[in-house]
Design a protein. Structure first.
Length: 146
């Protein structure tokens, strides 16, 4: 029973992270924190962008939660694990697959190609506004059509 609860906490955390990340991206990163996030929208990318500080902050928070709950493996630990899993997904999807920070893998998967299309639309603008498609794993269905 405890394994089901822990798995549920991780899944709910993943859903929560997608929701929180979408809102932060739209209202903070393309708002008052644009001065940091704009490094990600610039045409020339370096291996490290100032924007990577956001990922670092999430990682520190996740590790802190895991440390706080590591002795009893309570819900703090599993929330931290869920945030860490979202970070791994972010790295694979966003940095590796979409932005090719490493040699990208090829795919014909409709979902992956749709996510890539949506993200490319987001980066169409090099400015704070206008922008659309702020999610990582969820995007408008129009990007998934053949």
């Amino acid at each position: 029973m405890q394994a089901l609860i822990n798995t549920s906490i991780i899944v709910l955390t993943l859903v929560g992270m997608e929701t929180i990340s979408w809102a932060m991206h739209k209202y903070l990163f393309h708002g008052p924190l644009w001065f940091i996030h704009k490094t990600h929208h610039q045409e020339k990318h370096t291996w490290f962008e100032l924007n990577d500080l956001f990922s670092f902050a999430f990682a520190v928070f996740a590790l802190w939660l895991m440390w706080k709950g590591h002795l009893t493996l309570n819900y703090y630990f599993w929330i931290g694990a869920g945030i860490s899993l979202y970070g791994i997904i972010y790295f694979v999807f966003h940095d590796w697959f979409i932005h090719n920070r490493f040699k990208s893998f090829k795919t014909t998967n409709r979902y992956l190609l749709g996510i890539r299309r949506a993200h490319k639309i987001h980066h169409k603008s090099m400015e704070k506004e206008p922008a659309e498609e702020f999610g990582l794993l969820v995007a408008d269905k129009k990007w998934f059509k053949k």
